[in-house]
Design a protein around this ligand. Sequence first.
Ligand code: ACM
Ligand code: ZN
Length: 756
Amino acid sequence: MPIKKFTVFIVFAVLFSNCKQKPSEIIVLQIIPNPQNQSINEGNFVLRDGMGIQNDSDFNISADFLKNFIQEGSNITLKENDDIVFVKDSNISNAEGYVLDISTSQIQIKTNSAQGAFHAVQTLRQLLPVGFENGSFNKNEVVIPCLNIEDAPRFPYRGMHLDVARHMFSVEFIKKYIDALALLKINTFHWHLTDDQGWRIEIKEYPKLQEVSAYREQTLIGHFSDQPNAYDGKRYGGYYTQEDIKEVVAYAQKHHITVIPEIEMPGHARAAIAAYPELGCTGDSIKVAQTWGVFEDIFCAGKDNTFNFLETVLDEVVELFPSNYIHIGGDEAPKTHWKQCPDCQNRIKEEGLKNEHELQSYFIQRIEKYLNSKGKQIIGWDEILEGGLAPNATVMSWRGTNGAVEAAKENHNVIMTPTSHCYFDYYQSTNEGEPLAIGGYLPLEKVYGFNPIPEELNQDESQYVLGVQGNLWTEYIPTERQVEYMVFPRILAMSEVAWSNSENKNYEDFVNRVEEFNKRLDALDVNYANHLYEVEGDLISENGESFYTLKTLTKDKVIRYTTNGSEPNEQSAIYDDPIPFNENMTVKTAVFKNGKQLGKTFTEYFNYHKGVGKKITISPEPSKVYAGSGAQGLINGISGSDTRYGDKEWLGFWGDDVEITIDLGEEIEINTIKTRFHNGQGQWIYAPKHIEFQFDHDSQIIEVPHSKDILVNVLFDKMVRTRYIRLKVPNYGIIPEGKQGSGNKAWTFIDEIIVK
Ligand code: ACM
Ligand code: ZN
């Protein structure tokens, strides 16, 4: 009798060869990304020595993969038999869909495509014990429950990006990365090969790209905003030879993964210009960049020589990558030099362009035309919308989702990679022990909750959303272990965003599957961040009283805590009921299982003040992607992280003037009001220039001094009697020329409002 279930939680025993029910180990297996439909049936299939795989040649890649996986993973040797069969099924309409049907006598993989067969194999792989991953399953048979899985992806484009320009990683590692994408049914590897800090692809026609552009003299130490900047004094670099590239592309093909190369233009071109100064507007000799950020040295759009260079580069690129798409960058190209350059200005005149934005559009369109003539399509970051979109371009929307909305409404394909949900270079935990990151805050749950279809699109327009992609920029990620740490487990969430239907998504269920999946990652020697055993706290207020609630997501654990600042241990109070909050306190808490602490201790400092739990309204509402824990989070006694704007305590507003009103319930005396603003200008976040405090009987404007500090404190310090406190926080305005994000609206991020 089939048991229809929304998630498969298979608990089965590995049996001895006589098939008696003698469980030697209990294995819990769950699939990521969650398949569309799955049901467990009664009975088992026993895969044993001497069985075999049968397939026609269309499915060779998948059959070989499975054969190697089984034979290298266990003591099972396969022969020529039809115990596992690949069946071509032209009724399966989705180009990557498959059916995996396991009965007591046979495993059938039905599909209409080689890709579908490969995905089926990855599902079957996840049904086998993790010991298969590293050859430690030393038995010659394994029991698999009978089941039926009908599966197909939600989106055709499921991507993962890696920046190898800021830091470079070995070919072996790139293959390991591709392995992980394959396991998660991610079908595209976006390889960011060129940038200001290094050019990493061999171009035979231009040897100085290898000699000069591939190396920088030294690298920034610490964070870009640390002052003063310090450098390590060590030459850094390297590049992938064309042989390396061919090896990676061939490897990816064996995993049904498309490699899309990115060759950045017209911006992020400093490394190329360092080798060939004539490619820039000024002809000045410059160095390969040693620090991070956005540079004004971009390819000159006025000289035909620039296009000759890029076309020659692309000729070689096109030969190496069979992908239909070539990514041409297009982002973050300051127009400072173009405005001064006689050649660029000439081009504007000759082509009848209005301004430098149209010149950018001219640049991209000219390259698009060239690549189209070679049978390739372009993808560009959403700045390629500036000055008019190239006719056939696909847009990668990263500065939020507006670019996607605009492009889709113009009938262009889009790929969703907004910073708010897809930038895996952001912090993933508020724990202080995290490795240095660029900033931001993108925990697993937020990735998981991403809905790739922007609300502004109707059903027809949303057909242009090809899919989603996680991005990993590596300014602050020097090692392969750290790449993995930043990517895992967030890529698991992204795989499910990309593959699984939204009705099949449930975070709590996902987290429990992640806990299990981590054992597979251990077997694969993949490094991952493990924040599963962290505790999440929330303040609730009822009838003028406030309480702190704690929760953790994985099953069968207890939370213990202290409120006196001591470390929690196996004797500490078990959390059952919300903790009253009516004075300053420090809550330290951790997750325990069988008397053993799992994960790190979580600490929350509570600053009890007159605003805690009162009524608060905010107009307009914060941006949906940085809504923290809502308005109440500004008066919950908890301050946000010093580095991670975007945690639950900070609220973010894009371009709006904000009005915040706190109702204290009755007129009382207050002496100080303190708050603070995030001022991470590299991320387009600016403190306001002033704020106004309004009370029942008076008001005061406080000037906020201009600062480069990441945090800007504001203090109102005067005794007043009032029931209402209103803060008027004007937006900083448009980001000035020469700064990152210039010409865009600034973000405002505000933290706790502490009323004493
Ligand atoms: C980007 O993050 N500059 C696309
Ligand atoms: Zn120029």
